[in-house]
Design a protein around this ligand. Sequence first.
Ligand SMILES: Cc1cc2nc3c(=O)[nH]c(=O)nc-3n(C[C@H](O)[C@H](O)[C@H](O)COP(=O)(O)OP(=O)(O)OC[C@H]3O[C@@H](n4cnc5c(N)ncnc54)[C@H](O)[C@@H]3O)c2cc1C
Ligand SMILES: NC(=O)c1ccc[n+]([C@@H]2O[C@H](COP(=O)([O-])OP(=O)(O)OC[C@H]3O[C@@H](n4cnc5c(N)ncnc54)[C@H](O)[C@@H]3O)[C@@H](O)[C@H]2O)c1
Length: 443
Amino acid sequence: MNAYTYDVVVIGAGPAGENVADRAVKGGLTAAIVERELVGGECSYWACMPTKALLRSAAARRAALSVPGVPVGELDPAAVLRRRDEFAAHWADDGQVGWLEQAGIALHRGTGRIVADRVVQVGDDRLTARHAVVVATGTSAFVPDIPGLRDISPWTSREAAAATSVPGRLAIIGGGVVATEMATAFAALGSSVTLLARSGVLGGFEPFAGERVVESLRESGVTVRLGAAVTAARRDPGGTVQLMLADDTVVAADEVLVATGRTPNTEDGAFITVDDTMRANDWLYAVGDVNGRALLTHQGKYQARLAGDAIVARAHGKPVRHVDAGVVPQVVFTDPEIASVGLTAAAAAEAGLRTRVVDYDLGAVAGASLHADGYRGHARMVVDEDRSVIVGFTLAGSDVAELLHAATIAIVGEIPLDRLWHAVPAYPTVSEVWLRLLENYPL
Ligand SMILES: Cc1cc2nc3c(=O)[nH]c(=O)nc-3n(C[C@H](O)[C@H](O)[C@H](O)COP(=O)(O)OP(=O)(O)OC[C@H]3O[C@@H](n4cnc5c(N)ncnc54)[C@H](O)[C@@H]3O)c2cc1C
Ligand SMILES: NC(=O)c1ccc[n+]([C@@H]2O[C@H](COP(=O)([O-])OP(=O)(O)OC[C@H]3O[C@@H](n4cnc5c(N)ncnc54)[C@H](O)[C@@H]3O)[C@@H](O)[C@H]2O)c1
């Protein structure tokens, strides 16, 4: 048994774990991180980065197709997969291990388990934390208990993100973010895709988001079946998978991607409840996916920065800052892209706010019509009438991702609408939608 003592011990070296350890060290504490797979976590090798690399080439091609005068060839799937490999660092973590070293964070490889208050066991290593243990173990794909499904060795997001070839027929179970992004990616790469959504698509977003994505997926040849519940699965000796549906129809596929949500990487399979400093008890913190607050890299990193600072502040008896959990930006990299922050109209009404909803056709903005011929898009602003501030903003359209941060700043900054009138968008940009929305909201 090797005994080590650090100020902070972090379990899980994904984006959240890396950031909390870094913040603790920058605050003058010592920190160790425990990792059982690759330093960098799900996001770097099997989630954000490789999936966005799979999507980007097709998006660039669509952009070229949307204006005249640009010769456009076919997508080269092998080249797309090669570029994806680069973004996944060929599933080697040397680069990130080098970063840990220069940041002054000790690495212990293996599975970490909390065996006593402030004590983490990793193989033969016993790590004791003077100030805090931080759980940053993330989530894994949830595979529902459908008869036969596990036996067919379905893809989860990991196999999709790291695919070495493009299946001829891909069936996707789920209607969330992974399902829609991977339907977009694999359809563009040449798969014949069937998306089976038990209920709607992109639930939790403004309804127009899911509607536009479904419309566009169908236009690009994807079979989208709504209200489609898979009841059983089996693989033929020839390798073809048959998915049986509740309406007695059968869907045949070469691969099946299960995209039905996530399960926290904790021993009891439950998310860890934390307060707004990410603390579960006086020595235990949980950051990132594993606390279930917002399963997004940027939110996990934000929590990690604040938790790291809170650990340092408490170590020195100083006041701590709290996470402002209400305003979560997210981009879904489908076609059209969906960019949203804050509350949907429905969520604002449910929260009891007196709201006014302002909609605008993004295609009617001069900058958008220049951006792409026949630009189709939509913007929605949700205003809290009592405070005259924006509480929610959603965009659907090509390349709207980079427009989102203006909305995040307006919401987080609680900028009164009469002040926002003086934030003049440049002409002719897509951002002029801000002016149009304000014109449609007479003060
Ligand atoms: C397909 C897909 C695409 C996504 N795309 C985006 C995107 O574009 N943008 C975005 O913001 N979010 C995206 N997400 C979500 C994002 O991946 C997660 O929110 C993010 O990875 C969470 O970071 P984390 O550090 O909490 O956990 P993780 O990245 O999951 O890292 C946790 C780490 O802990 C390790 N670990 C677990 N248990 C132990 C243990 N007991 N001992 C030691 N180590 C352990 C794991 O091996 C892992 O390395 C995507 C998710 C998926 C599935
Ligand atoms: N661009 C991004 O920011 C991005 C991309 C991918 C994933 N993510 C994050 O990763 C997380 C996981 O994504 P996800 O798509 O797996 O989850 P999700 O929660 O977005 O969607 C899950 C889908 O599966 C369906 N479902 C759940 N249980 C089912 C069952 N038993 N049978 C059939 N369908 C079922 C749900 O109705 C829903 O449509 C999300 O929280 C998301 O925020 C983010």
